[in-house]
Design a protein around this ligand. Sequence first.
Ligand code: GUN
Length: 285
Amino acid sequence: MSATIIDGAALAAEIRQQCTQRAAALTARGHRPGLAVVLVGDSQASAVYVRHKINDCAQVGIHSELVQLPAHTDEQTVLDHVRRLNEAPDIHGILVQLPLPDQIAERRVIETISPAKDVDGFHVANAGALMTGQRGFAPCTPYGVMHMLAHAGVELAGAEAVVVGRSNIVGKPQAMMLLAADATVTLCHSRTRDLAEHTRRADVLIAAVGRAKMITGDMIKPGAVVVDVGMNRDENGRLCGDVDFESAAAVASRITPVPGGVGPMTRAMLLVNTLNATEIAAGAA
Ligand code: GUN
């Protein structure tokens, strides 16, 4: 292996330290930050994610409220909870854990969250703000990736950045953020012809497809920076990313591991967004 590891877990711990100080300062001024998490159904994976988010809040001094609803909950009930939380003065961020059960329209739920409390950055108003370079909440995963790249000193201006995956949560906002940082951006997806032809041009390669180890060393330009957003299980049931770490690390200059890379950063950026929301609300109060 020749690549240096970009340690997301260590950077996330640093960010949580800063969050602890910001939360304490807000609380001392009478604005205790609060995050509400809405969890519908009994997905084990979602339950684990939500537990981590609640624990992170407790660790840094953010008040949290968990709204846990059964799988058969109807859409109206979820919307009623979101509207109540929109009005709750002790709640500054609202996160509805996705995916939602089939009977609930995800888009309607997301668009019901007040954009000022949309700390996931999924509301169309925040997506539009990102696209047009205005202030808003950025989705936590691509926001975390940008922090990692900045912290690692990666020069983005003029760089060839290739994003693989076009989801609303990661790929599309990631492309917008890299563009805002003056990279030349290519957004690849499942219908891209000759994926490797694109990835081999990348100075910065972001893999966000959700397919275990699909980006291999031969698809990477020597010296590239590789960021792995994937969270998959390999053939032995072990956690792995979208990048085949071993072959990629032999070619790349820097690389994020799975676990311990992007995942902890996503969680840290949710805390940052919640504190930003609280500071804005406190400033307006
Ligand atoms: N499900 C998977 N990732 C996410 C996320 O970042 N936010 C929410 N709300 N749900 C998710």
